[in-house]
Design a protein around this ligand. Structure first.
Ligand SMILES: [Zn+2]
Length: 146
């Protein structure tokens, strides 16, 4: 038995991950409403607050909020995959993603092999062809294991 073997998720594991995603989403909505409250509070004191500082504050909040919105979209995308029974499958090789990996990052869309391959391509483009043939070897290993 290879330690690299990745089993498909059980329905129990799927339930755990779905609950985790819903939990994370709840957390985000809470943060977003908190930001709205902050925004209103700032407007009430607008006369006393330095205008430049106010601009900085709201742009900072906007950036933070955008990041939350992007993450919320990722969560929604992951939740939709449950309906199509595609959750936990790598979008690159369609192989199962390890449960431990999803537990740490429930919005993960790639298995660790494909993710590493993508990162290798991103960070070491100057290795050129050599890096690509290496990546192919890794991919083949993944297919063999599957
Ligand atoms: Zn993969």
């Amino acid at each position: 038995m290879s330690s690299l073997e990745v089993k498909a998720l059980t329905s129990n594991q799927l339930d755990i991950l779905k609950a985790k995603l819903l939990e994370e989403k709840k957390g985000l909505v809470f943060t977003m409403s908190e930001i709205d409250d902050l925004g209103l509070a700032n407007k009430d004191n607008a006369d006393e607050v330095d205008a430049a500082m106010n601009d900085y504050e709201s742009s900072h909040q906007l950036r933070f909020r955008n990041r939350e919105v992007i993450y919320a979209k990722k969560i929604d995308k992951a939740l939709k995959k449950f309906e199509k029974e595609e959750y936990g499958l790598c979008q690159e090789c369609a192989g199962p993603i390890r449960f431990e990996r999803l537990l740490a990052r429930p919005t993960a869309e790639m298995c660790i092999l494909c993710k590493e391959e993508t990162e290798k391509e991103e960070t070491s483009n100057f290795f050129g062809r050599q890096s690509k043939s290496l990546a192919k070897t890794v991919d083949l290993t993944g297919m063999f294991v599957r």
